[in-house]
Design a protein around this ligand. Structure first.
Ligand SMILES: Cc1cc2nc3c(=O)[nH]c(=O)nc-3n(C[C@H](O)[C@H](O)[C@H](O)COP(=O)(O)O)c2cc1C
Length: 411
């Protein structure tokens, strides 16, 4: 396994207690399974081309929002109750009417084939397996077809949309997703243009041959494969094809195209949440796009309480951004999230070991959440509320070897 930070005195890895120099198993050379989500980041970094790693990890500008998403969890502490009979913890719940095995899901991310050959097919198999049955939000820029995914998925599939100039293309993908049995639409509303992602610019990021947005025709995927030094092909593509004029009145058009529930992703304020709930939106994802859009925007855990209060129970509120531990999930649920979505860690799992790696990341988060519920004396999701939390000065820095190595070192 990749050494994520050996103890300078003993030379051992504080996560596994092994010395990578001497403890490798010579018979199999088997790397021990990572014990944390951060361990999968280290494996992924080793296996991916640098440009892909930086595309996955990068945020906008100084990446202050990427870090804020993580730091927010450290500012919230837990108030465990005792003598609560935690012999059985129930993690099952429902999202938009569908039963799921844990209050988790996969956030929409473009081009999973950058991480492993099976791409999103591996992801939906992982999300459906091991009793998880959790939702996958499939990006409009998925590298596998909706139909391929529907054939393999056992958890709910939701389709994420960007607001393309080409409304005819949006209509077509919505119809195809409906026909394939997708359960909801998720309109991303924080991306009128792409954030300034310096790592993509520095690496002249472009799609390698063979990987493409399979659900869109060539007319709307132009120049994603073209390399230009000092420029991201994705940003050039977004400038050309994403319509920045999207506003509230456009939601009516989308409603007319479909009977599927409509979720807005990228809401961070009470004002927008109240307006969305007033319009009868079916769900809100509190998201800052994993820090990839407006650098300096508020951390999602910090935005969650005002959004939950403004919505007042009119629709479910979800959250993504910086979820790396079961206790992160617990904190978001205690502040009113119905479920959380996980972004980069799923790509790390895919890069580390395809479907099995993605499944291990998701089951690790599920298992850690169950441990946290038991140790906090809250055996059911219904028992989670703000009284579980104490706000205070930031907690002592965690053992950094447990963390995503890239966030630790910075850009
Ligand atoms: C490589 C990558 C690609 C992404 N692609 C999309 C996308 O196509 N559509 C979208 O709405 N969000 C996209 N996102 C944002 C995620 O849906 C999500 O908001 C974010 O990754 C959550 O933060 P986390 O990575 O810290 O868990 C992408 C994120 C990453 C890292």
């Amino acid at each position: 396994m990749t050494d994520t930070g050996t103890d300078p005195v003993t030379g051992t890895d504080p996560v596994t207690g092994t010395d990578p120099a001497t403890d490798a198993d010579p018979a199999t050379d088997a790397a021990p399974r990572p014990l944390t989500v951060g361990g999968y980041a280290a494996l992924a970094k080793d296996r991916l081309p640098a440009a892909t790693w930086h595309y996955f990890q990068g945020g906008a500008g100084t990446e202050s929002t990427v870090r804020a998403n993580r730091a927010a969890y450290r500012q919230v502490r837990l108030r465990p109750r005792v003598l609560a009979d935690v012999s059985r913890c129930d993690l099952s719940t429902t999202v938009l009417g569908d039963p799921i095995g844990a209050p988790l899901g996969v956030a929409p991310m473009a081009y999973h084939q950058l991480a492993c050959a099976d791409g999103e097919v591996a992801t939906v198999r992982a999300a459906g397996g091991s009793g998880l049955r959790v939702p996958t939000i499939v990006s409009i820029f998925a590298s596998r077809t909706f139909e391929d995914l529907a054939a393999e998925a056992t958890g709910p599939l939701w389709l994420q949309l960007y607001w393309l100039h080409r409304r005819d293309v949006l209509r077509t993908v919505v119809r195809r997703a409906e026909a394939a049995g997708f359960r909801a639409l998720v309109l991303t509303v924080d991306t009128p243009r792409l954030g300034r992602r310096l790592r993509e610019v520095r690496h002249g990021f472009h799609l390698p041959p063979g990987i493409a947005a399979r659900n869109l025709d060539g007319e709307v995927t132009g120049f994603l494969h073209d390399r230009q030094d000092g420029s991201s092909a994705l940003a050039r593509h977004a400038d050309a094809f994403i319509d920045p004029s999207l506003s509230w009145s456009d939601l009516d058009w989308l409603r007319e195209q479909t009977r599927l529930p409509l979720v807005l992703k990228g809401v961070l304020t009470a004002e927008d949440a109240a307006r969305a709930a007033g319009l009868g939106i079916d769900g809100i994802v509190v998201s800052n796009h994993g820090g990839r859009q407006l650098d300096g925007s508020v951390a999602t855990l910090d935005a969650l309480p005002e959004v939950v209060a403004a919505v007042g129970g009119r629709c479910p509120v979800f959250l993504d951004g910086g979820i790396r531990h079961g206790t992160d999930v617990l904190k978001a649920l205690a502040l009113g999230a119905r479920a959380v979505f996980v972004g980069r860690p799923v790509l790390w799992g895919l890069a580390a070991d395809g479907e099995a790696g993605a499944r291990e990341v998701l089951t690790l988060l599920r298992d850690e959440l169950e441990d946290a519920m038991a140790l906090a004396g809250r055996p059911s999701l219904a028992a989670l509320g703000p009284e579980l939390l104490a706000r205070g000065p930031a907690a002592a820095a965690p053992n950094e070897s447990y963390e995503d190595p890239d966030l630790r070192k910075g850009p």
